[in-house]
Design a binder for this molecule. Sequence first.
Ligand SMILES: Nc1nc(=O)c2c([nH]1)NC[C@@H]1CN(c3ccc(C(=O)N[C@@H](CCC(=O)O)C(=O)O)cc3)C=[N+]21
Length: 296
Amino acid sequence: MTATILDGKEFAARVRAKVADHVTLLKEKHSVTPGLAVVLVGEDPASQVYVRSKGKLTVEVGMASFEHKLDADTSEADLLALIARLNADPEVHGILVQLPLPSHLDSDLVINSIDPSKDVDGFHISNVGLLGTGQKSMVPCTPLGCLMLLRDHHGNLSGLNAVVVGRSNIVGKPMAQLLLGDSCTVTIAHSRSKDLPAICQGADILVAAVGRAAMVRGDWIKPGATVIDVGINRIERDGKTKLVGDVHFDSAAQVAGAITPVPGGVGPMTIACLLANTVTATCRAHGLAEPEGLTV
Ligand SMILES: Nc1nc(=O)c2c([nH]1)NC[C@@H]1CN(c3ccc(C(=O)N[C@@H](CCC(=O)O)C(=O)O)cc3)C=[N+]21
């Protein structure tokens, strides 16, 4: 069997087109321009690449992009003061503080100082609690993108066995909440789980988000299962850097029914959902109708 490739790059372009249409409507009918502020502390090269790409795509869909680059040794007080200014700025509808932060900064404290209604990452404890209790919230971008791909492929997820490998606050836990919300039977497994291959073999939907290159292999996968690979690992091969997921793609694609590639799978969906969340936050801030299909 050879799996269907779930083309996240193409799907993300469609999501961004929908976002762009709604941005046009907000500007023309309501004189509101959605604005996204991205805060980067320090000079992590990978983070700089992501921030640049976010800024470019934000402008491409017609939104205002505000980039704040702070020195690696910025004090917590200065960072909190910037967030307070962005919270109070009516032109800013979404705020994203790029993670990870330098170790002298308390990321929980920083994230929880963002106005929850502008928290387009969905990491604020209020949004986590709202999502966990099935209430309207800002939904973390990567799990939201994975859910969009899954709903598009399956139609209805009700009753399916979903296994999420990884228990992070940014992917694993919110992914499990979303799958539960769509009536899957959800297992959260992780690197310490006993007999991880056997747990994965029970999955109709397998989401790999552990951060270990090519860990999930073909023989861990139930024939015909849908495999969502959240991993972004840079490895050296033949003197070149290569991007690989948490799934061993070649062996998995022999067994799975459908699979996301890396690159070109979940990554582009994450950025598209960030833009979608910014439109959602803008509509909510102005008491306007939210576009269909851009959130759960
Ligand atoms: N507060 C916060 N929110 C985030 O959403 C966040 C963050 N911090 N810190 C870093 C991670 C990482 N992340 C990615 C987004 C897009 C791609 C992406 O588009 N990847 C392309 C390839 C990009 C490449 O070639 O390097 C792909 O998979 O096809 C990857 C990774 C968002 N993050």
